[in-house]
Ligand binder design. Sequence first.
Ligand code: FES
Length: 150
Amino acid sequence: MAHRVTINGETREIDAPGDMPLLWALRNELGMVGTKFGCGIGMCGACTVHVDGQATRSCSMPLSAVADKQVSTVEALEQTPVGQALQRAWLDGDVMQCGYCQAGQLMNATALLTNNPNPSDGEIDAAMQGNICRCACYKRIHAAIAKVAR
Ligand code: FES
């Protein structure tokens, strides 16, 4: 069955089962591989996208649940001022090591700063604590977000 989803401002028809996770619809049906598979069970945050502006784990979101919603992925990160600023801060702060989790980190951070432009250190930690980084770049991730926030 075809599902109509707006992704990065473009309406797409995806002919796939409604229970297919959005992550696989993005990666396998649309070839948008910026969104990463980490755990597949909603525990790591690597697959984070925005659904109607809220950070959402695409591995745990069925395709049928995002019909007629606005989905944003890391491919559109630079289309927003907050996304641009975070990308710059990530590069300036040399945040990444292996980089695998970083799309999800950036998408979660973008949602945070879009909804709360001046979070406290505690609010940054609370918002980001579910995004796992196995290189443990947590201090640099926090510093980059704090730099954009202030
Ligand atoms: Fe979705 Fe880990 S792959 S939360």
